[in-house]
Write a protein that binds this ligand. Sequence first.
Ligand code: GAL
Length: 460
Amino acid sequence: MKQKLLRILTLLAAFAMVAAACGSDSGGDATDDSSSSDTASTDEGSTDEGSTDEGSTDEGSTDEGDGDAMAAGEVEVFSWWTGGGEAAGLDAMIGVFAETDPDIEFVNSAVAGGAGTNARAVLASRLQAGDPPDSWQGHAGQELIGTYVAADQIEALNFLYDEEGWLEVMPETLIPLISKDGDIYSVPVNIHRSNVLWANPTVLADAGIEIPDTLDGFIAAMETLKSGGMDAPLAMGEQWTSLHLFETIMLASMGPDDWNGLWDGSVAWDSAAVTKGLEDYATVLSYTNADASTLSWQDAGQLVLDGHSAFNIMGDWAEGFYRELGMEPQVDFTWAAVPGTEGTFQFLSDSFVLAKDAPHRDAAIAWLRVAGSNQGQDAFNPVKGSIPARNDADRSLYGEYLLSAMDDWASNTVVGSLTHGVVANDSWKSEIDTAVGLFLVDGNVEGLQTGLAAAAAANS
Ligand code: GAL
């Protein structure tokens, strides 16, 4: 930290000297130049899915002396959108920002790893060290309120909502999830759906299977595929994707009211309904691939495209990923609500926050204005595989899947995602994750239920 501070001070002093030598007018031009070259270099980093150390993007900009020298004209934005449709969506929004704020350099500090598993660890240590990015991606709901707001790490944004008229265009259901005591703490850029079943239409047609719409039908379809020689009818990836599967199967088994009850305390974690849900989860898991822990969510999605598996349960960022690969809806892939959850939209929302004491507060506010704008959201979401948080999207920009998601969002029963921050704060979620991780190894339903009940008792 000290070293970094020293370095920044040295660079600032050097910049002051250069600025004095060049005269004040040269600043704008220099910012423009460094902005375009840095954007190109961060773009490369951001599409490099293999890289796990996207901190290098951050380091890259620190190493390039003139990036830091232009401190007043830059904004550091932190996310985990480094691959597939995710990076492409972010790039599209950065493109809008480059038009609205050409003098601000966008420093893309994305850290690779689905669902932010790596990124959030990096973010946590930066926050602890008092070295926050200006703005970061955080999920609406308990992740935001029970983690960053609770720790006093972000600024309230009511002034921006007033200035931009966002209360008129953001869903009423979302505002309470990003607010505490009347203060609004983030700018939602999208709505994602977590309870989506992705399927390979050719594999299903060849096996004479219709997309199942009940949990029993799903298990029967997977049994048919398995006895027909398919090793793993359901593709799964690393651990967070099994937590993702957990939340959707629990929803299918318990229904939306009981799912909600788990989080407001009205349904006990040691109840029979939970036991049944966990047994269903265990059954569904028995149809997944043995190498799941070594695969990313994209790898698991690819198994479906390749026909190695018939199904994958994943959020609708999978749609952005498939389209980015050039896959055609209804030909290369198809979708439905996770069997047993038709009529329920299990949602999450990516939102951007403003760090308390943000190093580049004005630039961060300029970024947030774009993130909350119609133009920014309509550039980002059609590529990302999500629908805009705003309710005034231009529907003509969205493909078949996303149009169906917009309609479902408007008409379904809406419940929150666990894996992606809505229903539980970080501490509760991490205890659930530990219990599920143990279960993946020992398969002990009773042990899992005990662990989940203990997690609830400690956190709710
Ligand atoms: C979620 C995030 C999505 C997508 C997904 C996979 O947590 O909200 O936008 O990035 O992880 O990485």
